[in-house]
Design a protein around this ligand. Structure first.
Ligand code: GDP
Ligand code: IMO
Ligand code: MG
Length: 428
């Protein structure tokens, strides 16, 4: 069985965690390939609710090997906090593997993220303040600290000192902050070394061997297509590649081994942080989606911005990721609406756009052109097959498939693992 990529189709929080968990016991390894603890995945198993940030969702599946790939940025304090919290709840976390080439988020990058956002004022991105952007910037500027550096004190000191040489100038002279002490950072990072060592591996090699042995590997994205640094709504994006291409670079698995790409898409749209959002509802309808859908950030607790389903975005996600299957989530949240508008195209300065506009200036001006679907009143949370759904709910699903040119292979009708309609096998 080859590798399967799982990505978010919109601006995040589509329910990727639940979807990965759903694939569950049939998966041998789950790799997180991008991002860090900016992610927040809520997974509900029976009466238990888990909020994961840095760890791959596969950590909750007995027997599955959870892997943090080289494309991830790791806040080591958060890693151990999360592992301890899961252990206290009886979850076996002993199989976790961490790439020796993943970057770590030193505490100074957390401070820089927050201070930069404040400095930007109205031009801020609305980041999660976890140090993600500065750490990826360091990676590209080749002044980052990697997991493997922590096991050689002299190398670590040289790298931290090299990075702080420049950063302290910025902190003191631009932001009027205190300089960060090299030794304090080195000692903090060294304090994790012993506990980290047994988890560290050449994860690309481990994955290659698993695939050679016919095992099933899921490559799970944090964030989503429109938050991708190349293909998203730049600059209002995260700093990593959250699309299917990033799954290969962030895990060390070649594209030739990927057999399918599953994209998770919400039955409406949400966004956290700043940036354009054509179907955003600033009225009571947006408030209704937020309250019924419980749309508050898993990571920062911020209210999520809400709007109608945007088929232009979903089509774009299908194209950019090469989507083979959509998983449509939170259909239950739409129950009770008389009519459900879906954005089918944009009007930009009087010109109709069926595809994502080429520039962000155009995208920022995009006005949604809606097609209205009739709603349904029946409780759908107990539906387990398409036939259990009201006719109008089925028509809504079929309409989205037509508008996005992609099949919907599973449908979420509630947060619980079992609250799902399986249309076709995602691991076929
Ligand atoms: P992720 O970041 O993509 O993993 O998504 P989040 O966990 O941040 O947000 C999705 C939220 O929706 C979580 O609270 C899930 O428990 C919940 N959820 C997932 N699927 C469904 C669904 O089909 N219906 C409802 N009502 N909630 C869902
Ligand atoms: P999951 O994996 C939703 C958003 C932030 C901000 C922008 C940049 O749960 O879907 P960053 O801290 O990454 O530099 O912030 O990206 N963002 C997310 N929004 N879900 C996420 O993750 C997100 N991770 C980052 O709100 O707008
Ligand atoms: Mg989330």
């Amino acid at each position: 069985m080859p590798a399967i990529v799982l990505v978010g189709a919109q601006w995040g929080d589509e329910g990727k965690g639940k979807a990965t968990d759903l694939l569950g016991s049939r998966v041998d390894a789950v790799v997180k390939f991008n991002g860090g603890n900016n992610a927040g995945h809520t997974i509900v198993i029976g009466s238990e609710k888990y909020a994961l940030h840095l760890l791959p969702s596969g950590i909750l599946t007995p027997g599955c090997v959870p892997i943090i790939g080289s494309g991830v940025v790791i806040d080591l304090s958060v890693l151990f906090e999360e592992l301890d919290a899961l252990t206290a709840r009886g979850v076996d976390v002993s199989r976790l593997l961490v790439s020796a080439s993943a970057h770590v988020i030193p505490s100074y990058n957390r401070s820089l993220d927050q201070v930069t956002e404040r400095f930007m004022g109205s031009r801020r991105i609305g980041t999660t303040g976890r140090g993600i952007g500065p750490t990826y910037a360091d990676k590209m500027a080749r002044v980052g600290i990697r997991v493997q550096d922590i096991f050689d004190e002299a190398v670590l000191r040289e790298k931290v000192s090299g990075a702080l040489n420049f950063k302290n100038q910025v902190l003191v002279k631009v932001y009027n902050r205190r300089a960060v002490d090299v030794e304090q950072v080195v000692q903090e990072l060294l304090s994790y070394a012993e506990r980290l060592r047994p988890m560290v591996a050449d994860t690309s090699l481990v994955l290659s061997k698993l695939l050679d042995a016919g095992r099933t590997v899921v490559l799970e994205a944090g964030q989503a297509t429109l938050l991708d640094v190349d293909h998203g709504t730049y600059p209002f994006v995260t700093s990593s590649n959250a699309t299917a291409g990033g799954a290969c670079t962030g895990s060390g698995i070649p594209p030739t081994r990927v057999s399918s790409v599953i994209a998770i898409v919400k039955a409406y749209t949400t966004r956290v942080g700043e940036g354009p959002f054509p179907t955003e509802l600033l009225d009571e309808w947006g408030e209704r989606l937020r309250s019924v859908g419980a749309e508050y950030g898993t990571t920062t607790g911020r209210p999520r911005r809400c709007g109608w389903f945007d088929a232009v975005i979903a089509r774009y996600a299908s194209r950019i990721n090469g989507v083979t299957d959509f998983v449509l989530t939170k259909l239950d949240v739409l129950t009770g609406l008389e009519e459900i508008p879906v954005c089918v195209a944009y009007d930009v300065d009087g010109v109709r756009h069926d595809e994502m506009p080429m520039t962000q200036v155009e995208f920022a001006k995009a006005k949604p052109i809606y097609q209205v679907f009739p709603g349904w009143d029946e409780d759908i949370s107990k539906a387990r097959t398409l036939a259990d759904l009201p006719t109008n709910a089925r028509a809504y699903i079929r309409g989205l498939e037509e508008l996005t040119n992609s099949p919907i292979s599973a449908i979420g009708v509630g947060p619980g693992r079992e609250e799902t309609i399986a249309v076709r096998d995602l691991l076929r």
